[in-house]
Design a protein around this ligand. Structure first.
Ligand code: AP5
Length: 220
């Protein structure tokens, strides 16, 4: 029973900025052990290292625009080819119809079909609240919320790194990210609904409540 769930979870975590994709991915990894593929994390690492991809991506990311499809498609394909046999939790990819089509092709070639697209729904005012209150460790990426910071509010309690605000969590960028999501990414809801793999989750309430809903939906 549930063999695929425990051995090779193959899902996309879908939703607007701040919906909790990264948070739920962390919990799913703990429970099911599938590799996490976050195009946002991969791009931020490239920016921090100053690679060619990072240099190209930086200005799009700071403004809250999408990085060009050809760049992210290549990143996702490479990662899937490396780790996909152990399953995958795709987080933040795909975000456009061309990305979804490229993913379908890549997964067909790898013979690793998608089991579900888990879409996390949160009202816009709550998204703005989550994003404006988010702080992250510049060292290990650990997330924090204003109001629940460590005793030294600039020092990560896991690794001692500096706690900062993500450049794209500034109000102007958040506003643009939400508009970009509405325009360029929401068409994928119909795309995946038509493919019969969309699972829609109410992602309001506590992190654990949301996780409970996700696990229950995946178990069906
Ligand atoms: P990316 O890093 O993927 O950002 P995003 O999609 O905007 O998502 P976030 O990381 O902001 O939010 P999340 O849904 O993961 O929420 P989280 O769990 O952190 O992408 C960044 C940029 O990279 C893009 O803008 C784009 O430029 C580029 N990019 C990436 N992928 C791309 C692609 N495929 N194509 C083109 N460009 C791409 O939670 C947010 C906060 O809320 C946290 O503080 C968390 O603690 C809190 N929280 C979570 N759940 C709850 C809850 N239930 N209740 C209260 N608080 C909660």
């Amino acid at each position: 029973m549930l063999y695929w769930l425990y051995t090779r979870l193959r899902i996309v975590l879908f939703g607007p900025p701040g919906a909790g994709k990264g948070t739920q991915a962390g919990l799913l990894i703990e429970k099911y052990g599938a590799p996490h593929i976050s195009t946002g994390d991969i791009l931020r690492e490239a920016v921090a290292k100053g690679t060619e991809i990072g240099k190209e991506a930086q200005s799009y990311m700071t403004k809250g625009e999408l990085v060009p499809d050809r760049v992210v498609i290549e990143i996702a394909k490479q990662k899937l080819a490396e780790v996909g046999k152990s399953g995958y939790i795709l987080d933040g990819f795909p975000r456009t119809v061309p990305q979804a089509e490229a993913l379908d092709t890549a997964l067909a070639e790898l013979e690793l079909p998608l089991d579900a697209v888990v879409s996390l729904a949160v009202p816009e005012d709550e998204l703005v609240k989550r994003l404006s209150g988010r702080r992250v460790c510049s060292g290990c990426g650990a997330p924090y919320m204003v109001g629940n910071l460590p005793e030294d509010p600039e020092k990560c309690s896991s690794c001692g790194g500096k706690i900062v605000q993500r450049a794209d969590d500034e109000p102007e960028s958040v506003k643009n990210r939400l508009q970009v999501y509405a325009k360029q990414t929401t068409p994928l809801l119909d795309y995946y609904r038509n493919h019969g793999v969309l699972i829609e989750i109410d992602a309001t309430g506590s992190i654990n409540d949301v996780f409970g809903r996700v696990v229950a939906a995946l178990s069906k």
